[in-house]
Design a protein around this ligand. Sequence first.
Ligand code: IPT
Length: 957
Amino acid sequence: MVERIWDTPEITGWRRVPAHAVRHDLDGPDRRLSLDGTWRFQLLGNPEQAAGDDWTGIRVPGAWTVQDAGGDDLPHYTNVTMPWPGAPLLLPEHNPTGVYERDFDVPAAWAGRRIVLHVGAAESVLLARVNGVEVGWGKDSHLAGEFDITAAVRVGQANTVRLTVIKWSDASAIEDQDQWWHAGLTRSVFLYSTGTTYLGDLRTVASADGRLQVDARVLTTGSVLPEGWGVTTELDGVPVPRDTAHEQAQIADDRVSDWWAEPRFTTVVPDVVPWSDETPALHTLTVVLHDADGAELDRTENRVGFRDVEIRGLDLLVNGVRVMIRGVNRHDFDPVTGRTVTAEQMRADLVLMKRHGFNAVRTSHYPNDPVLLDLADELGLYVVDEANIEVHDHAHEICDDVRYLPAFVDRVARMVSRDRNHPSVIIWSLGNESDYGANHDAAAGWLRRADPTRPLQYEGAIKDNWTGGIAGSDIVCPMYPTLPQIVEHARSGEQNRPLIMCEYSHAMGNSNGTLADHWAAIESTPGLQGGFIWEFWDHGILQRLSDGRPAGGSFFRDGVADPGYRWAYGGDFGDTPNDGTFCADGLVFPDRTPKPAMDEHRELASPIRISDAGDGLVRIVNRLGFRGLDWLSAVWDVDGSPVPMTLPDLGPGEEAMVPVPGDASWLTLRVSVGQDQPWAPAGTPLASPQIQLRPPVRALAVTAGTPAEVDDDGLLIHPALASSPRLSLWRAPTDNDRIGGQAARWRDLGLVSPSRRVTEIRREADRTVVEAVYETAAGPVLHRQTSRLLQGVVVVQEEVTLPDGLDDVPRVGTVFHVRAGYDEMSWFGHGPRDTYPDRHAGGPVGAYDCRIDDAFTPYLRPQESGGRHGVQRLSLTGPDVPPVELTTGEPRQVSVTRFTAADLDTAAHHDELTPRAEAVVHLDAAHRGLGTASCGPDTLPQYLVTAGVYRWEWSLG
Ligand code: IPT
């Protein structure tokens, strides 16, 4: 018996049923017995401690780190850093070990049958006992462990299963993903039963031309397969014939044995609809194993999608078509359970992705709950299925360490063995951020032989050389490259594989700037084929403020509005070391509310694009790869007025010219789902491609009036204002500003609240002119403000000169506070949600309104938010106050919120903020782009606010 398997990397498992793709999860209750529910539980200080009699209750599936049973062992967030210092095998002495136990009865009908215990996932080492008998061990926190417990159970009597889960192990160092550390049983536990002769595996290969091959592995618990067994296979109820020629060849090759058989079934399905992201056509494959008398021994049902995936030259082709990969990275995450997710939740994830134009998921950074793949098959999403290997902190030591060789191969092989029959899986991934070593090549070698039907990728293999690492990656899959880098590579003539970024556009806080620029480059550059945004989720854990504990199972999901809770990030559970908010970097909030960046992605992925073709014509392009436009519906929006239209009948990639439907400045095509889709009912909006047919009317062009009123400091007085307009050169740092280093630079430059010195106040016949100087560390900023009164409206012209030292500032603009009582805003500009200079493709220009309180997006760490790009008119209204009208002349960046930049800057969580009664209005002559510098490239040069002269004007009435 091996002692201490938890610090022995050579041992990946003991007595596990070999990983396979035979489905038992969907079988009926006669075959499958759920063990989910409340179990007895105790938490020990380390695995060598013996369990006592002091039990409490715990929910299964469920990590103990978010349940009361877990006591002080709470969630802990680190990115790269391991939670304990030093060598990976010097485990901490305190090594929380959970003992889960429950009783169960085995149905009498299972007597004489084979019985298997399935443990969906255990983090990080699982030891299983049944009735005191050790039935097996296993590692890999994101794949099931299955154990044959036939000999240990007592049919017809009470049985006890004990699952001991050890938190820290040799495996922790290779599960060092950027996410919360949890511990416990995080997926369902069940028993299933088969005959003693059973289906040990099932492999299907289905091609776009209708060819289907099914290999069914037949095994026995005895030493010889019983005489007369047989397998029948049906696709949608039609028998698939057994390939006897293949069996003859196996016999001729001596590839048969007494205890093992692998009958093959082949057919060609005529007129098959190939499976793709747009056409996820599935067929039902039933495989039944029976004995000589025809009695059923085992049965499984699988879904089959007919599709091809191949790499040809620089292109990844699905069914022969070069598809764009509009992907997102997804973790198994839930703000209450931490890691345990239900089928309904996963469906909601994927539905949201589909509705926002995503067609691909990378299961970062481990095989996700297997139901996710069923849903991806069904809804139409391509999957990069990633093995549970991330050795971030100890990458260099471990990727060549022979002790870890079995774990690398095991994790890849077991994932492939589980997931190979899913049409959605088009690419395998060897894992993430683990350097590149011989252990990777060993795993790749296994994989290439075991599944030649799909490419594989691994970022580490190409990290240092985009033309190298051929053994380890069939795709150049860099993370966070700059736009020039990928374009230059594609144009260099050196590119030797498709380039699909495994991570790009880091969605932390108010981010995803330059997404439109990325897609413009990707779509126009051969060799570039898209990528996966980092990431889907903000991993905020719902935390009870009264005692600082995770809300756990007691929480009612939509109660987050309850002020007794907040979204916790690294450090909020007293976890040290930690990486703070770096886990809050998703396109959706922890409750799955989409951030404004999702709007941007949806628009960029629009199935239809329009452009002004001149001569009163609009070009309409079908951008889909496999479908026509018949499932869509559209209506013109001519400067806000709807005009019905019928979409032209266009095949994939085809285009047509249609007449401009009316005289307009802004022509928008409102595209929505026309016929119900599995992921969206008819009427779901999909895109609003827009063109500008006439330039906007610009300058305010006011030349007359009387001098506006200013105080002794030259500050404008206006009855609607609670504080006078001032120059603003600063914004509450976004996560990108903060982590990318700009925020500190701006503080050092003194941009937060530069001292103001008035040099001259002149009252002229028709205006008041105030000259002021704002002092910064880079020199004085000169500001001239000219204000006039005209028919009760104040018209202001401003001019600012930024010295050369201020060559990159967050904004140049005006800020003032409108007095209390205003609660609604309406504007003409980009909308309806937040837009910025480098992120406004998803917000078509138009007339919008909303509550001021709702104009602000509450990123987990408060920061600049609520901006509206290209605004020309803004009105604020309230029930008991006269409306305030702001006109900007040129389209400007504007925001109206309840918080000053300083309020936002000083708060670490939203519960620390008190909304002001007044409205804080920013009107910017220039506002810096958002970029993605919290991890990856900053914004592009054209979105910087540089030194020079800025002029802007506005009116308030
Ligand atoms: C990269 C990781 O792969 C991902 O897990 C996540 O940490 C992301 O970045 C940032 O949020 S690693 C990074 C050091 C490039």
